[in-house]
Ligand binder design. Structure first.
Ligand code: AP5
Length: 216
């Protein structure tokens, strides 16, 4: 089973790597950020509530996020496991997750904050298919247009420098303590998240495939 959690600061590359690995592992990539942005775009009551927090870079209240994640996990496509990207982010979320499912590994993306601001401010994504680009490190072939479907690329509202600072502060205060929580359970693995995406992917694969009997 690959019941994996990707932990790490905003912009560390969790979503990029989860998208690369999920298909090979045969597991869904479950991003609470994406689930919440879909609810915001659909204008559901939960989306309207979540948007008030997300825009400024604040965490969405635990009960809302746990509800949306529990509903997604119940969909029944997790027989081989899952990659949780951006969940849990607080001790209360980690404890709620433990009541729902066991976790095999927590991959902690380790990268200095100084390298992340540019990654975030240069990020663009396709609202139609979700492909993530970076104007510096992974630019689209044509200016501001998705390679896959030709749609216009957009910038996330929380990738403005002020919201990014709030996200880093929330990460340091509420999410960093989870490393101790999972280290105490013996399932935390540190991943060097510096360097090009291919190098990070190689390190991740090596770690994930070191699960006894679970080769890619
Ligand atoms: P979420 O969507 O989870 O955002 P995040 O955790 O801040 O992470 P990001 O998506 O910004 O970064 P990433 O690590 O996935 O990096 P990426 O691969 O995109 O959450 C957004 C908001 O939703 C939160 O602030 C909160 O409001 C709410 N929320 C979500 N989950 C919640 C929860 N559990 N509880 C409460 N609230 C919650 O890469 C970033 C950029 O860098 C891209 O442009 C990419 O192309 C580029 N890049 C990636 N890897 C590399 C590399 N190796 N080298 C160079 N560039 C790279």
């Amino acid at each position: 089973m690959y019941r994996l959690v990707f932990l790490g600061p905003p912009g560390a590359g969790k979503g990029t790597q989860a998208a690369r690995l999920a298909g090979d592992l045969g597991v869904p990539h479950l991003s609470t950020g994406e689930l919440l942005r879909a609810a915001v775009a659909a204008g559901t009551p939960l989306g309207v509530e979540a948007d008030r927090f997300m825009r400024g870079g604040h965490l969405v209240p635990d009960d809302l996020v746990v509800r949306i994640l529990a509903e997604r996990l119940a969909r029944g496509d997790t027989a081989r496991g899952f990659i949780l990207d951006g969940f849990p982010r607080t001790r209360a979320q980690a404890e709620a997750l433990a009541r729902i499912t066991a976790i095999d590994r927590v991959l902690d993306f380790d990268i200095p904050e100084t390298l992340l601001l540019e990654r975030l401010t240069e990020r663009r994504s396709c609202p139609k298919c979700g492909t993530v680009y970076n104007l510096k490190t992974r630019p689209p072939r044509a200016d501001s247009v998705c390679d896959r479907d030709g749609g216009p690329l957009t910038q996330r509202s929380d990738d403005r420098p002020e919201a990014v600072r709030t996200r880093f502060a929330a990460y340091r205060e509420l999410t960093v303590p989870l490393t101790e929580y999972y280290r105490a359970q013996g399932i935390l693995e540190r991943i060097d998240a510096t360097g090009p995406p291919e190098a990070v992917e190689e390190r991740l694969r090596r770690t994930v495939t070191s699960v006894p009997g679970e080769g890619l």
